[in-house]
Structure formats: C-alpha cells, structure tokens
Design a protein around this ligand. Structure first.
Ligand code: HEM
Length: 504
C-alpha cells in the first residue's frame, strides 16, 4: 500500500520499534534494574538540555534578568529545579517549605559559598565574611563584625549619626532644584551612614566608590562565563571578564586603602590630643571586612530606599497613608525632625518597608550556597559541590502564601496576616515566606543596621516632602526595570519632584 511506504510511517514504525525494544529490555532485566532504581539518586526536575552548555540556553533565551527566568522555569518544572549551567550543577529553591529545609534543617551542609571568579579576586581570595568558606575563620570574622558594628546595641548607638546624616540629606534636597535624582541622593545617604558608623567620619570617594561597587556587584552575579566553566580559565581572558574584574578590584582596593589610611591618620592625631576617635581597624585579613561592610551596607540600603520610593510614587494612596501617620507623629512630638523613638512607634511606614522587601528583595537569589555534603531536599538528591540558589524573589510572590494579589504592592497585607490566622505578623515577616535577609548561619548580619537606616530615611523623606513624578511621567509609565547583578537595583535612576511640607 502507498501509505505504508511513506517516510512518515517508516519513521513511526522505527520509533515504535525502539520503544518496544526498550520495554522488552526492561521486562527481561526487571529484578536487576529494580535494585539500581532504588540506589539511583532521585534527581530534581529539569528542562531539556544541550550538550556542553547544559541548560544555559534557557537563561540566555529567557531574555530577562536571571531571577525572573528562573522563576518562570520553576513554575513549569517545580520548586526544586535542577539546572546544569555549563559545567556546574545548580539547584534553584522556590518554595518556603524547601527553603526551610535548605536554610534550617540542612543549614550546616549548605552553609558554604562557591568561589566565584569575581569574589576570588575582589574579596582577596574569598577571605571576607560574605564569600569565605564555612569554618572557624569565617565564624571569627563574622563575630568581629557583629560585635564592632552590627549588634543591636551598636545599631541603637548610631541613632544620633543616622539622624544627623538624614537631616543633612533633607537639607540638600530642600536647597536643590525641585526635580531630584532620588537614586543618587539615597546612595549618598547610605554611604554617609555606613562610613560614619564604621569610621566615625564621613569618607570621601563617594563617586569613585559607587562606580566601582556597582561594577563589582554586576561581576558577582554568579552567572559569568568564568563561573559556569571554571575548568576553562581562558574563557575569562577571552571574554575580557577577568581583566574587568582585576581592574575593578584595583579601583576598590585603592579606595579602601585610602579610607583606612585617612582613618588611621585621624586616630593618630586624636591620640596625640588624648581624644577618642572610632576604633582600631584590625590588621589584615580583617581589613577585607571593611569592603564587605561598605558594599553590602550601602548598596542594599540604597536599593531598598529607591524601590520603596518607586512603589510609593506608583501608589499615591499608600504614600498619603504613610505621610498622614508620619505627620501626626511629628505634631505629637512637636519637633522639626524625626527621632529614632518616633520611627520606632510607626506602623504603616514599617509595613511599606516590609512590602518593598517582599517584592524587591535586593538580593533576589540571596548569595549562592555551596553543598558541602550531599543532601536530600524535598525528596530529591542534591550532590556535594552543587550550587544552591534560594529565590527570595519567587518565594515573596508565592500565591499560595500571599494570595492572588501576590504581585500587587499592598503594605496592609502584613497587618491582616497578624489577625485571624493565628499567625503573628512577625512570623510571616521573618518566616520562610519572606527571605529578604536570608536565614540560617549565613543570614545577613546587617539586618538591624540596614532596617534602622531604611526606616528612618524613608520616614523622613515622606514626612518632610510631598513627592510627585516629573511632569509627563504617569504612575503606570515609571520604569521599574531591574539591573543584573548580585544586588538588583533599578535599571534607571529614579527622578521625582520634591515639594517641601510645612507642618501646620
Ligand atoms: C536592606 C538591607 C539589606 C538586605 C536586604 C540584605 C540582604 C542580605 C542577604 C540576602 C544576604 C545573604 C544571606 C544568605 O545567604 O542567606 C546578606 C549577607 C550579608 N550581608 Fe546583608 N543585607 C542588607 C544590609 C546589610 C548591611 C547594612 C550590612 C553591613 C553593614 C550587611 C552585611 C552583610 C554581610 C557581611 C553578609 C554576608 C554574611 C555571611 O555570608 O556570613 N547587609 N545580606
């Protein structure tokens, strides 16, 4: 018959024969294959992959920023996604339940970091807090940093300098043209608070530091060619990334050296006069903490402030609600500035910060973890040596937890959580549904410091100014595009019109 000879039927015949042969082999070899089945690790689901590059094309074809592409893939394949990116196995965790397993149940097994190409050069061979492998050295370094700078007591002690720096930033905004580059202003403010807290004085170098830190953050995304093909070192040289990393490292290193030099000179002068002046910066390798604190402290704080103001400009009702609460508290205190005590008693402004961090966690994939030992997560095997990315971004949008309006900016949701379900607001905010600061041993040690700066700065910006979008920009048109990097900030600077508010 004509039909049976057509190429289509030949293909189908061949294909079915293959399936039949495979089934036959399975049936004949059943007892043996069953034992193998039990021993074989149960791999997490993956999309289709290509030779050599593995699943890399999914990231490339996703077209967007990595956390969004990974979220799309997780929606199709499940909350534990296995991706072979180049030579490296990655596991992407996108549900609060699995995040709890990785960050708490198996915390110790996942408490290390991979050595990225950028961190190895820029963090002095990964001897800093953020990238150092888990162990006694990292514990000691982190302890110094927490005791000297980040403990709750130290953070409270920085209240006066926070207030001074915020007042200075407000004066700057008042005296400038009404159209303000808010991204620039909040970065300068975060830098001033960090440098005064760390060194007792504002450090110069803001412009140079910002430019170099942004390059370092971009290089540290973990998705650079050199990070995905570690055995092919020449690729870094070929693509120019290695040279770029070296250049950025030299810039940052030079700035940190200058900051430390200035601080030490100042200390010497103060000592001669018998005055107190900040504290000793411990000798290397602890100096690497200085860079960590500057980059981690400044960029995350400024990024959160810029996203919060962006969302409020797009949601004038939420902005008005925050302002009315703030201005009531100002009249109550009768002062022309907000003190730390005033900020502590705010409710709505704090909800705005939580909602901002839910939708725009500055580190959407936290910092990468390295599996030190094999572990089963959600019933799937994660082999030792794999990289584990916990998507705080996806978890913050999980409709099972946050409802059908999970994508919407609605600060009130945190108020509602506290009632009815028997689950406290605090639990939801710092639970595994909201992971902006990570969790477990490697959780952000600067949370108290960062939150104090963000809440105080946002409260003052809203209290003392009315804000509008520049003429010609509608709320719906505001660019909310994101940068690629370890910290994900706004793609474009945020411009707004500041109208000073006079208390009645
Ligand atoms: C809004 C502000 C901030 C956010 C959202 C934030 C978020 C994070 C996240 C997600 C991590 C990774 C956690 C993990 O892997 O589980 C981290 C680590 C870290 N953060 Fe923050 N951070 C903020 C502010 C700060 C500040 C102000 C400092 C210091 C002054 C700081 C210092 C660090 C350090 C040193 C690490 C590395 C910790 C380690 O590996 O042991 N952060 N941060």
């Amino acid at each position: 018959m004509e039909l049976s000879l057509s190429p289509f039927f030949v293909f189908v015949y061949f294909f079915l024969s293959l399936i039949f042969i495979q089934l036959l082999i399975r049936v004949v070899a059943k007892p043996k294959s069953q034992t193998i089945e039990l021993e074989r690790p149960c791999r997490a689901p993956s999309p289709w992959k290509l030779p050599v590059i593995g699943h890399l094309h999914h990231l490339a074809l996703g077209g967007g920023v990595p956390h969004r592409t990974l979220h799309d893939l997780a929606r199709r394949h499940g909350p534990l996604l296995h991706l072979r990116l180049g030579e490296v196995d990655h596991y992407v965790v996108s549900s609060p339940e699995l995040a709890r397993e990785v960050l708490t149940t198996h915390d110790l097994a996942f408490a290390s970091r991979p050595a990225l190409a950028a961190s190895t050069v820029m963090c002095y061979g990964n001897t800093d807090i953020a990238f150092s492998p888990y162990g006694p050295y990292w514990r000691q370094l982190r302890k110094i940093c927490v005791v000297e700078l980040l403990s709750a007591k130290r953070v409270r002690g920085f209240a006066a300098l926070r207030e001074e720096e915020i007042a200075r930033a407000l004066r700057g905004i008042s005296s400038s043209a009404s159209r303000v580059n808010l991204s620039e202003r909040v970065y300068a403010l975060a830098y001033a608070i960090t440098s005064r807290a760390a060194f007792g004085a504002e450090c110069r170098h803001l412009g140079r530091f910002e430019a170099a830190a942004k390059k370092a953050i971009k290089a540290g995304s973990g998705f650079a060619v050199a990070d995905l093909f570690p055995s092919l070192g020449f690729l870094g040289a070929l693509t120019g990334t290695s040279a770029g990393i070296e250049r950025t490292h030299r810039e940052l290193d030079g700035i940190i050296e200058e900051i430390i030099g200035e601080h030490e000179e100042k200390r010497e002068r103060a000592k001669k006069k018998g005055e107190e002046c900040g504290y000793d910066i411990p000798e290397p390798p602890h100096r690497v903490c200085v860079q960590d604190v500057f980059i981690a402290g400044t960029d995350t704080t400024a990024t959160t402030l810029a996203w919060a103001m962006s969302e409020l400009l797009r949601h004038p009702d939420a902005m008005a609600k925050a302002q009315s609460e703030l201005r009531r508290s100002l009249r109550g205190g009768g002062g022309a500035e907000l003190r730390d005590e005033d900020v502590a008693s705010l409710r709505y402004t704090k909800l705005v910060v939580k909602e901002t961090l839910r939708l725009h966690p500055p580190l959407p994939l936290l910092l990468p973890r390295l599996a030190r030992e094999p572990r089963r997560v959600g019933g799937h095997e994660i082999p030792a040596g794999s990289r584990v990315l916990v998507s705080a971004w996806a978890i913050g949008r999980d409709a099972r937890r946050w409802g059908d309006d999970a994508e919407a900016f609605r600060p009130e949701r945190f108020d509602e959580e506290g009632e009815g379900e028997g689950e406290g607001e605090g639990e939801k905010w710092m639970g595994f549904e909201h992971l902006a600061f990570g969790a477990g041993r490697r959780m952000c040690p600067g949370m108290g410091f960062g939150m104090a700066s963000v809440e105080a700065a946002l409260a003052s910006l809203l209290c003392f100014f009315d804000w509008e979008l520049p003429e010609g920009t509608e709320a719906g048109d505001l660019d909310m595009g994101e940068l690629v990097g370890a910290v994900v900030g706004r793609r474009s600077d945020l411009w707004a019109v500041a109208i000073p508010y006079r208390p009645i």
